[in-house]
Structures are given as structure tokens and as C-alpha cells.
Write a protein that binds this ligand. Structure first.
Ligand code: MF3
Ligand code: CO
Ligand code: CO
Length: 268
């Protein structure tokens, strides 16, 4: 597969899909409280995507080329879960942190975004990890413009995250996105400035750093479900994700909506 460049029609499709994915998170937000199960969140999200938005939930039955079909419509990764947590019947409890990752398909185009949610009162360490991971994602987004490289994005994220004593997960990365869920290129969240693919107007890809409070190493989750990934040292892990478009002068974040958290003050 190769990188796809979106024309005006493709950009319009990606804008709509991106906004709808973000609006699923807006819709879910008031429900994500102590006592709700991730299966209940999955059901709310599924019904909203299908019945209200007329979208297809991209994760449902997704194989990612080789994996077993993903059984749910969203990913919910709690505490030490890094990514691809499968919703289940365990209630969320005060002090948990959870990533909810939504990917919709609208008119054939994909929108992919995730946010962290704090369940009730959380530890200072948990709040700090979630807030700084959001900032790390935005440091990466800010690098996006024609002529910049993928390494510029990765470096900005890595430098910021490691500068705060956190670590960057290596095994999972952002990705090109369009009519395919996971297209080229791979968008690493670490790297060296000036290395890697040059960014070109019309590219659309995700930036979705997974940042661990402890060490960067990961392993398969104890569920042995073929998807869930946890930190090897059982430290907390956070992730935020946006889908972005390379514009003639910089970037446009496609996965914004009324309920998106404020953009950090350092973003120009
Ligand atoms: N939404 C995830 C991403 O950001 C991918 C989930 S694949 C699934 O790339 F099958 F686990 F849903
Ligand atoms: Co993604
Ligand atoms: Co995602």
C-alpha cells in the first residue's frame, strides 16, 4: 500500500468523518462516570454511531490484517492498559483513567480520535499523566506542515514526554487514514528531527502517542484476548489521538467538535 493524497472531495469526506468521531466522544462524556461498565459505553457508542450518525463503527470485526476479528465497536483502555482494551462488564471505579478510542466510517471515509477520561477524583500522578500526554500530542501536531518530516513529529513528542520523566511506547504508532483505517505512513511517536517521510499537502494521518508513567515496555494483557496491551511494569498509560490533514501552510485537525478539550495555550 502507498500513501494516499486527498483532493477536495476526499478532504470534505475526512472532515465529516473526523467531526462525527469527535462527536461520539462528546455524546459519551456525561456517561463516563464511576459505576458504568465499558460494555455499556460500547453499547451507547455503537447505537449513536449507527442509529444517530449513520456511521459504521470501524473496529467491529476489524482484523488489522492478521489479528482475530475485534469483537466490539470501540476500544476502552483502563489504567495500565496501553491500547486496544476490549470493553467488558467490569464497572469503572473512582480513580481509574480510561482512554476511549472511536473510529467511524462515514461515506467510506474514516475518522479516528481518542481522549482520556478521569473517573471521579484521581491521583495527582494520574491527572498529570493524562494532561501531559494531551500536550505531547499537540507538540506533535504543531510540527505538521508541508516539508516537515515524520521524524520532526516523533521527536517533538518524545522530547516533551521524556522531559517530564515519562516514556513513549514504541510498538504502536499513528497511521495514514482515509478510505482505509490504517494506511501508510506509520507515524512514530519518537524519532530524530529531519528524518523520515516528508509531509505533503493532502496527506491525512493520526497522531496518537501512548505515554507510560513508568518504563516504555509493554506486553499482551492478562485477558489473552489477542488485542489488549498493558505496560510491562504495570504503570499507568495514557493516550490521546487526533486525525490531521496537511494543508498548504500547516495542519488542520479534523477530529474537533464542540466538546473537544481546549487546545493547549502553547499552540499557535
Ligand atoms: N482506533 C485504533 C487506532 O487508533 C485502532 C483500533 S483497532 C481495533 O488506530 F480493532 F482494536 F479496534
Ligand atoms: Co488511530
Ligand atoms: Co484510534
Amino acid at each position: 500500500m502507498t500513501i494516499t493524497y486527498k483532493d477536495e472531495k476526499g478532504i470534505a469526506g475526512m472532515r465529516l468523518a473526523g467531526r462525527l468521531a469527535s462527536e461520539v466522544l462528546d455524546y459519551l462524556t456525561p456517561f463516563i462516570k464511576p459505576g458504568i461498565t465499558t460494555n455499556q459505553i460500547d453499547k451507547l457508542a455503537h447505537d449513536y454511531m449507527v442509529d444517530v450518525q449513520g456511521c459504521v463503527p470501524a473496529p467491529l470485526n476489524y482484523t488489522g490484517g492478521g489479528n482475530k476479528p475485534y469483537p466490539k465497536s470501540i476500544c476502552t483502555s483502563v489504567n495500565q492498559q496501553v491500547c486496544h482494551g476490549i470493553p467488558n462488564d467490569k464497572p469503572l471505579k473512582k480513580g481509574d483513567i480510561v482512554n476511549v478510542d472511536i473510529t467511524v466510517i462515514k461515506d467510506g471515509w474514516h475518522g479516528d480520535t481518542s481522549r482520556m477520561f478521569l473517573i471521579g477524583e484521581c491521583s495527582i500522578a494520574a491527572k498529570r499523566l493524562c494532561a501531559l500526554t494531551h500536550e505531547a500530542m499537540w507538540h506533535g501536531i504543531q510540527m505538521v506542515k508541508p516539508g516537515a518530516t515524520l521524524g520532526d513529529i516523533g521527536h517533538a513528542i518524545q522530547k516533551f514526554a521524556e522531559g517530564h520523566g515519562f516514556s513513549v511506547v514504541r510498538e504502536f504508532c499513528g497511521h495514514g487514514i482515509g478510505q482505509g483505517f490504517h494506511e501508510e505512513p506509520q507515524v512514530l511517536h519518537y524519532g530524530r528531527p529531519g528524518t523520515g517521510e516528508k509531509l505533503v499537502e493532502g496527506m491525512t494521518f493520526t497522531i496518537e502517542p501512548m505515554i507510560n508513567a513508568g518504563k516504555k515496555e509493554i506486553k499482551e494483557g492478562p485477558e489473552q484476548d489477542g488485542w489488549s496491551i498493558v505496560t510491562r511494569d504495570r504503570s499507568l498509560s495514557a493516550q490521546w489521538e487526533h486525525t490531521v490533514l496537511v494543508t498548504p501552510t500547516g495542519y488542520e485537525v479534523l477530529t474537533l467538535s464542540a466538546g473537544s478539550p481546549p487546545t493547549p495555550a502553547f499552540v499557535k
